[in-house]
Design a binder for this molecule. Structure first.
Ligand SMILES: Cc1cc2nc3c(=O)[nH]c(=O)nc-3n(C[C@H](O)[C@H](O)[C@H](O)COP(=O)(O)O)c2cc1C
Length: 147
């Protein structure tokens, strides 16, 4: 059994809804979760070793959605070493924007640079064409297997 911290970057709620569903799936598989709707950088960074599932919507011009702006700024500023962290990223966006999924890609890149272990390759959800539930169904199985 693993404990998974689910970090949520959302402005209008789509990603929060998705994160809630993923949490339910992880609980059903026998794991425990904490949902962080406004991730607290200090708290999360100090709870290493840990497993993070980052669900990150892009807003603005490829910026992180509001609920994770502060966390992203601190991550960028401090560039921590996180060798004991395991993580995976689900990037949420819309391909009508040039900066498609830019925040989720940035999150993945920063965590890779921190020395954290990526459990499953990043999933990108295009809200203009994808059904998020369907798109995550196979991916979450891979994530659960990797835990
Ligand atoms: C004002 C605005 C700006 C957006 N900017 C981007 C963007 O730069 N890149 C992208 O991939 N998606 C962008 N999107 C699409 C959102 O990521 C998409 O609507 C997503 O479902 C929002 O998730 P949320 O409801 O959790 O905030 C933008 C949406 C809005 C409304």
């Amino acid at each position: 059994m693993a404990h998974i911290d689910i970090l949520v970057a959302t402005t209008s709620g789509n990603t929060e809804y998705l994160a809630d569903q993923l949490s339910d799936q992880l609980l059903a598989a026998g794991h425990t979760t904490t949902l962080h709707y406004e991730p607290d950088y200090q708290q999360l960074i100090n709870s290493d070793p840990a497993t993070w599932l980052c669900c990150v919507a892009s807003h603005g011009a490829g910026e992180y959605a509001d609920s994770m702006l502060d966390f992203a700024e601190q991550l960028s500023q401090h560039q921590p070493d996180l060798p004991l962290l395991r993580y995976a990223v689900i990037a949420v966006g819309d391909s009508n924007y040039d900066t498609f999924c830019a925040a989720g890609r940035d999150c993945d890149e920063r965590l890779q640079k921190s020395g954290a272990e990526c459990l499953v390759e990043r999933l990108e959800i295009d809200m203009s064409i994808d059904d998020p539930e369907q798109k995550t169904s196979t991916w979450i199985e891979l994530f659960i297997k990797a835990l």
